[in-house]
Design a protein around this ligand. Sequence first.
Ligand code: GLV
Ligand code: GLV
Length: 322
Amino acid sequence: MPHRILLTRQIHPDAMDALARLGSVRLWPEPRPIPPNVLLAWIREADACLSMLTDRIDGKVLEAGAANLRIVSNMAVGFDNIDVSSASQKNILVTNTPDVLTEATAELTWALMLTTARRVISARESLLRGEWGDWAPDGFLGTELWGKTLGIVGWGRIGEAVARRASAFGMRVIVLENKSRGSKTDTLPLPEFLAQADVISLHVPLTPATRKMVDASWFQRMKPSAFVINTARGPVIDSAALLDALNAGHLAGAALDVFEQEPLPGDDPLATHPRVLATPHIGSATAETRRAMALRAVENIAAALSGRRPPDLVEPRGGGTA
Ligand code: GLV
Ligand code: GLV
């Protein structure tokens, strides 16, 4: 019998072709996430599953698949949507797609940083409303990044790629100390980090330890002129505390690509807040990167189905889905 592969969303045609060479593919064909009950039913008859970050692969789904399923290959670098401990107890491999999205995510981080600091969106909206009268010496004054300090939270591949671009913009880089991971750049303990950073950019995975890591106590200690950029995972920030802090003037603004609840409704207070720039989880959204991610996810499945160790195997990160 050919291998049975569940594909939860249409992906790049090159990757669809590669997947079809590995077995018979059952595709959820609609341009929206596979409904949980369909996932639960289809996983029973799958040897491999190529999943999206929008698919919640919890203990129940893994239990349903346990008889046949060898691998869940997530097309994302994050894998907080998968209960990796439960998968490992059932000898189901879990993989992600690191590296291929590092530069794209770093580029979006800089796009958000520059757009926010220079008030590009407000300026455009004003122009579209027909409000461009005379050029004003004090019109749309933003913040200069040159000479400022960029604080990186999470010194992994993406954090490093963001930091690598800082010298081109004349920014000094500091990194939040993490006792469990080394870092070559200037690492600082939290109080000094928050006191010095003009822009704080988040690049940690979502784990039990990073959930709501950025909370009211952070906002109270950061510079009132500071910006926060989040291209990591929404729940790393306590969003109620963020809204309070924005309204209380504890920080200048935020640019957010990820949210506690996704999709974020267009009328959510975070989406509409005048000092928040919200984008719909587009960190890895370049044509090049999405193709590479899809191919990488297929490679991991190819390895698992042929009994090899998949290149991007991930390990449980301290208990359940984060
Ligand atoms: C995107 O958020 C990813 O984890 O790949
Ligand atoms: C943010 O992009 C702003 O325009 O203020």
